[in-house]
Ligand binder design. Structure first.
Ligand code: AMP
Length: 233
């Protein structure tokens, strides 16, 4: 595909948007930019930024825009952004959207969200109900070695223990019920103006996220292909 493709994944925590973004990016041969992952890496590496953001992430709140902007600019430098990028979990609020659109328009040299088909930006919303989010995140168990399980969908062979290293599994801090509820509330509060922005120029693709992973991916590809943003050949 010769045109630029910037794809922005939206969806509540636990919607599987990270998994879908990764799968699609591989097929399109594009890099994925996920501030959530990059922030967790800062935390794990115990950098100055990592120490600063830990309490914010642990409380389910959003990290300040200046930190996110620095991360995004670094990614634009690291990847050849001229071909395109798949964004997972960014932007998450109006100010971040404005920052991103300005940046993309500079790279592309033309407006990002004109009405019409000759364009290079699409937003993909993975719809999952709050009830399903609570079921998915509430059942997630992780291990220090990086392995992740789900009590219903992907249980470990021995209850409570990691299949890979045998260590005790635990609940990620921000997967505790009160924090899941807070993260969902924040998501619903912030997402509306972002979806409105893309919907107005007919750039929003909505996908039912309550199907299996491959079905969700196939539906995304189908929708993109219909808009000449995915070449099946
Ligand atoms: P995620 O893995 O995308 O759910 O992100 C985990 C956490 O990282 C979020 O709960 C936020 O605290 C932080 N975070 C991720 N992306 C952003 C963003 N675009 N803006 C601000 N904070 C973010």
């Amino acid at each position: 595909m010769s045109q630029k493709t910037f794809l922005i994944f939206f969806g509540p925590p636990g919607s599987g948007k990270g998994t879908q973004a990764d799968m699609l990016a591989k097929k399109l041969n594009l890099p994925v930019v996920s501030p959530g992952e990059l922030l967790r890496h800062e935390e794990d590496s115990n950098t100055a930024i990592g120490r600063k953001i830990k309490p914010i992430i642990d409380s389910g709140k959003l990290v300040p825009d200046e930190i996110i902007e620095k991360i995004i600019l670094k990614c634009f430098k690291r990847f050849d952004a001229r071909a395109g990028i798949v964004f997972d979990g960014y932007p998450r609020k109006r100010a971040q959207l404005d920052f991103l659109i300005k940046k993309l328009e500079k790279i592309a040299g033309k407006p990002a969200c004109r009405q019409g088909r000759q364009d290079y930006v699409r937003a993909i919303l993975i719809n999952v109900s709050d009830k399903e989010v609570k079921r998915r995140l509430g059942g997630r168990r992780v291990c220090d070695c990086g392995a992740a399980y789900h009590l219903i969908y992907n249980p470990p062979k021995k209850s409570g223990l990691c299949d890979l290293c045998g260590k005790k599994l635990y609940i990620r801090h921000d997967d505790k019920p009160k924090l899941i509820a807070d993260r969902l509330k924040l998501y619903h509060q912030k997402i509306k103006p972002l979806l409105d922005y893309f919907e107005k120029s007919d750039k929003l693709i909505e996908i039912d996220g309550e199907q299996n992973i491959n079905q969700v991916q196939n539906n995304i590809i189908k929708e993109l292909a219909e808009r000449a943003m995915y070449d099946n050949n």
